[in-house]
Design a protein around this ligand. Structure first.
Ligand SMILES: [Zn+2]
Length: 698
């Protein structure tokens, strides 16, 4: 592992962060070097510090520790992510024999120079008690493979030599800070300290020295592992190879809706009574092969490589052999057994630290033999973080196993971390958005209404699968929504059954399944009945009615696999109740679709699925995402009424009872309301038309 220190980049960082002072600027620079390597730290893990001085209001120079603040990630930290704490206050605390966590947090917060700064790292005292200007702490994979062993010191000593100290597992916070300081005082010539089953501390007089000591020690660890394993692949290799890539995809499509449904948690007040989860999967060859190894099941049932990970992934992973994930019944049974295991762990190990609260007993990470891994979390970010951590974890566990025997923290030690208030604080207290964990599938998503629906559903926390036959317009909508990983766009013609099936399969691969289905694709044809072209008429029925039936069929299949209910919101039309002349194909096909939705309400109720409809009218959209329907019928209407485009909009607004224009977002609000399932309503029609007496539902 080469050092990535670069003099030019270091100088550039000093220039960029000049206002924070050179020491802090260099601290930012090397923190980012550490954070940029996911084999050293992952997603907010690790912490760094620098000791420097700050001028107080009276012009005195005050010695401070600038230490990573909570909520910052080393990979993109900035000077405000290193809040300054008075060093003398922290150092004095070392004289205490004991310090309660609340008192420690309070004392450290009280010593902040800026009272509004984020909470300094829970390791702030450890950083303060060491004398060096720079201190770097990582959870490097190679170090963990050496220490997560029956004897944590044996391989570390052989790999790193006598330059380092090795401390046993000690609970982070004050006890660890004291232990590290005492150990250092006894061996001030050491260049680093390995914390068994936790990670590595290095230190130095300048930024480069401290950083490069981390790199040097991790490099020694890596070389040692390579020597010991004789160049064998890092991952466990099974006799059977992983499934071919396309088979892995089919497996995900089959297994994830079942798994996702089984991992949803019954929760009062959540849509349909379920806190659902979305998935993030990793299916590279190594991970796919991991699950086929004879020890895979056992390694999945062992605690994390470093305790920090427990709040993201839980202690154990769910293991599904091929015959398990192929069978919905077996998958559900194994999830139930996992829950029982977690309850047992809570009773035996966690209850004494957290008598009143048990976290969700559902698995967060599942290993699917031959396929890879899937992480499940109410937010796509949480799922992605858990999947990243799990991918690294399996590699480290495999290496540790190959070196000797993987031995992690005990359940009691892990429970103390999992339920440690200072650790749980890292997850934040923000309530989940209303539709967190829900996956919505919107057809006709490139149109104005489809875009408005997706916009509102995304704002409420849902993930969205957008599909449309028009690739160009779909790209425009995707860019406009800008929701990154929470949007998956799939070009498809909904009149083609195979393509609809493919969209639902894509939804399963992207997010694990579907909960909110919005059949919205629609076309129109303007013609009097006398002159109607039969093919054009059939084409409108094909898109507006038959495709709705096909979408309902596919939705039912997924709902049945998930067993957590769901919701369908059909975009019907004001024309269903108030039809227009020369508009028979559209009005009749939408009326048929509405009737289809009502029948689906009858048939899907036993699955807990609600089916409702929205009747919108005169939704024009805007210049970027215009309504395709109005692009088609607008000129005809303008001509018939002798109006231009703006006059036509005014006309439609003024003819409604509420004298209000209807926007795509209004339709989105209606869909989001149905998706939230706040009332036991199915088979209903909600007009979003400004109030048109002739279109009142009946
Ligand atoms: Zn740590």
């Amino acid at each position: 592992m080469p050092s990535r220190w670069n003099d030019d980049e270091a100088r550039a960082a000093c220039a960029q962060f000049a206002a924070a002072g050179e020491l802090v600027a260099l601290r930012v620079y090397t923190s980012r070097l550490l954070g940029g390597d996911d084999t050293l730290v992952l997603h907010g893990g690790g912490n760094t510090s620098v000791k420097t001085t700050r001028r107080d209001l009276l012009g005195r120079d005050v010695e401070v520790l600038c230490v990573k603040g909570s909520g910052w990630d080393l990979g993109d930290i900035e000077p405000p992510g290193l809040p300054a704490v008075r060093l003398d206050v922290l150092r004095e605390l070392r004289a205490l024999d004991q310090l309660r966590d609340e008192d420690m947090v309070n004392a450290v917060r009280g010593a902040l120079l800026d009272a509004t700064a984020p909470n300094p790292s829970v390791e702030a005292l450890l950083h303060a008690f060491l004398p060096h200007a720079f201190v770097d702490h990582t959870h490097a994979n190679a170090i963990l493979a050496l220490t997560d062993q029956p004897d944590p010191e044996r391989h570390v000593r052989a790999a790193l030599g006598d330059d380092v100290l090795v401390l046993p597992w000690i609970m982070p916070g004050f006890p660890l800070a004291k232990a590290v300081a005492d150990a250092y005082d006894a061996r001030p010539d050491c260049v680093g300290i390995v914390l068994a089953r936790h990670g590595l501390f290095t230190f130095g007089d300048d930024a480069r020295q401290s950083y490069e000591r981390t790199i040097e020690l991790v490099d020694r660890a890596q070389r040692y592992i390579d020597r010991q394993l004789g160049g064998a692949p890092a991952m466990l290799s099974a006799e059977l190879g992983p499934s071919p890539l396309d088979e892995r995809e089919r497996a995900l499509e089959l297994a994830l809706p079942v798994l996702r449904g089984a991992c949803a948690e019954a929760k009062h007040g959540a849509p349909g009574g379920w806190q659902r989860v979305v998935t993030s999967v990793r299916t590279d060859d190594e991970l796919a092969a991991f699950g086929l190894h004879e020890r895979a099941r056992e390694l999945c049932a062992q605690n994390p490589i470093t305790p920090d990970h427990v709040i993201r992934t839980k202690g154990h992973y769910l293991y599904l052999a091929r015959e398990d994930w192929r069978s919905p019944d077996r998958t559900r049974r194994l999830v139930a057994e996992f829950e029982l295991g977690y309850r047992r762990y809570w009773e035996q190990s966690a209850r004494r630290v957290s008598p009143d609260l048990m976290l969700s007993p559902k698995p967060v990470v599942a290993v699917l033999a031959g396929v890879g891994l899937a992480a499940l979390h109410p937010t796509s970010k949480g799922a992605r973080i858990a999947a990243d951590i799990a991918a690294h974890t399996l590699r480290v566990k495999a290496q540790a196993h190959a070196l000797g025997d993987y031995v992690a923290l005990s359940d009691d030690e892990l429970a103390e971390m999992e339920y440690w208030p200072l650790e749980m604080r890292k997850l934040g207290k923000a309530a989940l958005p209303e539709l967190a964990g829900q996956v919505a599938l919107v057809t006709g998503a490139a149109g104005a209404i489809g875009c408005g629906i997706a916009e509102v559903l995304l704002e409420r926390g849902a993930c969205c699968v957008l599909t449309d036959v028009d690739a160009e317009r779909l790209r425009v909508v995707e860019q406009r929504l800008g929701a990154g990983a929470r949007v998956h766009a799939a070009v498809a013609d909904v009149t083609d059954e195979a393509q609809v099936e493919a969209v639902f399969a894509a939804a399963a691969r992207a997010f694990g399944g579907v909960d909110v289905v919005v059949p919205n694709a629609g076309v129109a044809h303007v013609s009097a009945i006398e002159r109607m072209d039969k093919q054009a008429f059939a084409r409108v029925f094909d898109v507006n009615t038959t495709s709705t039936m096909v979408v309902l069929q596919q939705a039912a299949r997924v709902f049945r696999a998930q067993q957590t209910g769901g919701c369908v919101v059909l975009q019907a039309s004001k024309n269903v109740f108030a039809p227009g002349a020369n508009f028979s194909a559209y009005s009749a096909s939408k009326a048929a679709a509405l009737q289809l939705a009502r029948i689906a309400a009858l048939e899907f109720a036993e699955m807990g699925v609600r089916v409702n409809s929205v009747n919108a009218d005169a939704v024009f959209g805007d210049d970027d995402v215009p309504s395709q329907l109005w692009q088609l019928v607008g000129p005809d209407r303008m001509q018939a009424r002798g109006m231009d485009a703006a006059q036509l909009r005014d006309y439609y607004r003024e003819r409604s009872l509420l004298k209000q224009s209807v926007t795509p977002r209004h339709v989105g609000e209606a869909v989001a309301w149905f998706a939230a399932q706040r009332t036991p309503t199915t088979g209903a029609v909600l007009p979003v038309d400004g109030g048109l007496p002739e279109a009142f539902p009946r």
